[in-house]
Design a protein around this ligand. Structure first.
Ligand code: FAD
Length: 415
């Protein structure tokens, strides 16, 4: 075990320090501890903390939880997605693919995150709550952390701190300022339809001036008497800075009230950021994973599965070779996610234009075959490697968006 630290003595030493016990940090801790690494995790919040989230797990996220051998009995299974655009409603099952399971889930974050971090503890990671950790730097290299009065040296510091804050500022890993990001708000309400088997996404939100909002409203049934109700928007929209998320949520609530027979909000609606880029995600002695690395899909606001996957990847690379892990991580995470997320960011500039958004939405759910592709995009089932029509469409869209991108950014809807 690690050496105890007394003032003046050398810092205690661990193989890996993880800062942040959300899904990304927990996944890294589980994977590394199971492989025999000595891992310590710090979170500034208390055990059982909640995270503002829609609680939706795509089939890809369920696949990542299966890889981590997390028991999903406590989660509410989801068979598919219901997309609504004005009066058009399309309900589609998740497709069967060889890559991902054929079902998703809704798992309220308080319980999902507890299940993950409990698995990390069971694997042998030490988890310290209510303690902020900040990296210690030596000539630009991260050598460990200071946390709760302890000085800890580590071979790798895994930054799993969520949307950028103090740690990102210290490491120059904040979001890229001219790239898009998202904001979303959610609450819970009781509904007789709490055990519905579909995620519901309304793609035609409008702000209080009637401007179409690039984003969507969601009803995610949690199977425990409640539904997660929320709305999210991309920063590329006109008047984003003056967008009132509480008002947007209220108007969405009115829209779904009768269909879902929802009761009053069970808690005050809370909003949080969705980071979609990062200036850096590695350096000597450290890697950033999950939201801290900007790994959120701009096309659906989903970040849990990228958090889980990037956490596992960082741990695997450390176990294979600690010396090369940060660089290899940056390279492999780039190969796996960069081009897809770049397409998503370009797409978000496209849909920031109200006219394009209106036309695009009519197309997105207009025919069954295009709706199927929309479903795969919303379910994180398609990326640059996907074979078949959906992958081809995505690659073709990326080529077109690459050409249009400078113009779209130049003409982006003024704030
Ligand atoms: C309203 C909303 C709805 C969303 N809906 C969905 C959805 O339905 N599905 C989906 O997949 N994604 C969704 N997302 C995105 C998803 O919530 C994130 O992608 C996900 O939480 C990222 O996990 P993470 O582990 O990287 O970070 P987080 O879950 O944010 O965890 C970071 C942790 O780090 C801790 N921390 C930060 N700094 C320090 C420090 N210095 N020292 C110690 N601890 C620290 C924090 O306390 C926190 O516990 C939504 C986001 C929002 C805002």
């Amino acid at each position: 075990m690690a050496e105890a630290h007394s003032p003046g003595s050398r810092p205690e030493h661990w193989d890996i320090v993880v800062i942040g016990a959300g899904p990304a940090g927990a996944a890294a801790a589980i994977q590394a501890a199971r492989a025999g690494a000595r891992v310590i995790v710090f979170d500034k919040a208390p055990y059982g903390r909640d995270k503002v989230c829609g609680d939706g797990l795509t089939p890809r996220a369920v696949g990542a939880l299966n890889d981590l051998k997390i028991d999903l009995d406590d989660a509410h299974p989801i068979a598919g997605l219901r997309m609504i655009a004005n009066k058009t409603v399309r309900e589609l099952p998740w497709p069967s693919t060889s890559r991902f399971p054929d079902h998703g889930a809704v798992w309220p974050r308080r319980r999902l995150d507890a299940a993950l971090i409990d698995a990390a503890s069971e694997a042998g990671a030490e988890v310290i709550w209510e303690t902020e950790a900040l990296p210690t730097l030596d000539n630009g290299a991260v050598t460990g952390v200071e946390a709760g009065g302890r000085r800890i040296a580590a071979d790798l510091v895994v930054v799993a701190t969520g949307a950028p804050g103090a740690v990102a500022r210290m490491l120059g890993a904040e979001r890229v300022t001219d790239e898009p990001f998202g904001l979303a708000i959610r609450s819970y309400a009781e509904s007789p339809r709490h055990a519905d088997q579909h995620l519901e996404a309304c793609l035609t939100l409008k702000d209080d001036r009637g401007t179409p909002v690039p984003g969507y409203g969601w009803m995610f049934p949690a199977g425990d008497g409640t539904v997660n109700i929320g709305v999210g928007a991309l920063s590329t929209m006109k008047s984003f800075k003056s967008l009132n998320l509480n008002t947007l949520l209220d108007s969405y609530r009115q829209l779904v009230q009768d269909d879902w027979e929802i009761g009053p909000n069970l808690e005050r609606p809370r909003a949080w950021r969705l980071p979609m880029s990062a200036q850096r995600r590695h350096g000597t002695g450290w890697v950033a994973i999950g939201d801290a690395a900007g790994l959120v899909n701009p096309m659906n606001g989903e970040g849990i599965d990228y958090g889980l996957e990037s956490g596992m990847l960082a741990a695997d690379l450390f176990v294979a070779d600690p010396a090369t892990a940060p660089e290899r991580y940056d390279q492999l995470v780039g190969e796996r996610f960069d081009s897809f997320l770049r397409t998503g960011r370009r797409f978000s500039f496209l849909v920031g234009h109200p006219l394009i958004l209106r036309t695009g939405l009519r197309m997105a759910v207009g025919t069954q075959s295009i709706a199927n592709i929309t479903l795969q995009v919303m379910g994180n089932l398609v990326d640059s490697e996907t074979p078949g029509t959906s992958g081809q469409v995505l690659r073709a869209a990326d080529r077109m968006l690459a050409v249009a991108d400078p113009l779209l950014r130049r003409t982006r809807a003024a704030a």
